[in-house]
Design a protein around this ligand. Structure first.
Ligand code: TPP
Length: 292
């Protein structure tokens, strides 16, 4: 089976490129930072139906589901975080302040798109209808836990909801997700893979391997980076010297965008379009969602 590349694939300059007027090493800060996409304000304006599809208003039921899931996630977090503080469960990771990234991106996917998460994307599984009692059972490792208590809390997984079980070692999900996307492409399955990770995990070598494989093998994957400014407690100023994760995308030949992760509609629009193009064109996309 042949997989033709779309004609507008970036062609990096080769040795025939022009020489600069003098020898110089351009400092990294002369490259302008990626802009931050936000959903356009409506201000009462109803766009015509032929307007760019991602900018159309969303149905009321969908908007309500976004809101309800974000609120429910926040409530579940409070209960499970307090359970951990009271010593009832051994571990917990809250999702506070990142609800819009989970729910906005989950809503933009097809139901059978395969999800590889890190450990802070419970809202994606919740959006897909994972019941509260199973979240609880997993965190408590009780008899109702589908994983039979073998995993640490928050390491959810659900085959029926196409959500691959979380693993603790950072960034292992990135090359795994790319491999899955490559398999999906070869099967011509009209599905996408989405792979979530934090900006801290993006410093792992596995992130490099995954980005490069996805670009060269032209895989239908959306890399979704949640940039919350910290790798648990290490600020980004101590994690890297470049401008975040989206700025790395062009170096790999990845179509990249930075979005306001607090704007659920921006996250939805960006993921919807990235997912559509990833499948239609067999190429990877990178979204960096800035949170807090
Ligand atoms: C390979 C590996 N190294 C270190 C850790 C310990 N660790 C757990 S979370 C974390 C920080 C991750 O930061 P980020 O990816 O930004 O995610 P966030 O927690 O901020 O959402 C680290 C270093 C780990 N789990 N795996």
């Amino acid at each position: 089976q042949e997989f033709p590349s779309p004609p507008e694939k970036p062609q990096p300059p080769r040795a025939s490129a022009d020489s600069p007027p003098r020898l110089e090493f351009p400092p990294p800060n002369v490259i302008s930072p990626p802009p931050v996409y936000r959903a356009p304000p409506r201000q009462g304006h109803i766009p015509p139906p032929d307007e760019d599809p991602p900018l159309r208003p969303l149905p009321k039921e969908l908007v309500l589901k976004l809101y309800k899931t974000m609120t429910l996630l926040n409530t579940m977090d409070r209960i499970l975080y307090e359970s951990q503080r009271q010593g009832r469960i051994s571990f917990y990771m809250t999702n506070y302040g990142e609800e819009g990234t989970h729910v906005g991106s989950a809503a933009a996917l097809d139901d059978t798109d395969l999800v590889f998460g890190q450990y802070r994307e419970a809202g994606v599984l919740m959006y897909r209808g994972y019941p509260l009692d199973l979240f609880m059972a997993q965190c408590y490792g009780n008899i109702s836990d589908p994983g039979k208590g073998r995993q640490m809390p928050v390491h959810y997984g659900c085959r029926d909801r196409h959500f691959v079980t979380i693993s603790s070692p950072l960034a292992t999900q990135i090359p795994q997700a790319v491999g899955a996307a490559y398999a999906i492409k070869r099967a011509d399955a009209n599905r996408a893979v989405i792979c979530y990770f934090g900006e801290g995990a993006a410093s792992e070598g596995d992130a490099h391997a995954g980005f490069n494989f996805a670009a060269t093998l032209e895989c239908p994957i959306v890399f979704f980076c949640r940039n919350n400014g910290y790798a648990i407690s290490t600020p980004t100023s101590e994690q890297y010297r470049g401008d975040g994760i989206a700025a790395r995308g062009p170096g790999y030949g990845l179509m990249s965008i930075r979005v306001d992760g607090n704007d659920v509609f921006a996250v939805y629009n960006a993921t919807k379009e990235a997912r559509r193009r990833a499948v239609a064109e067999n190429q990877p996309f990178l979204i960096e969602a800035m949170t807090y």
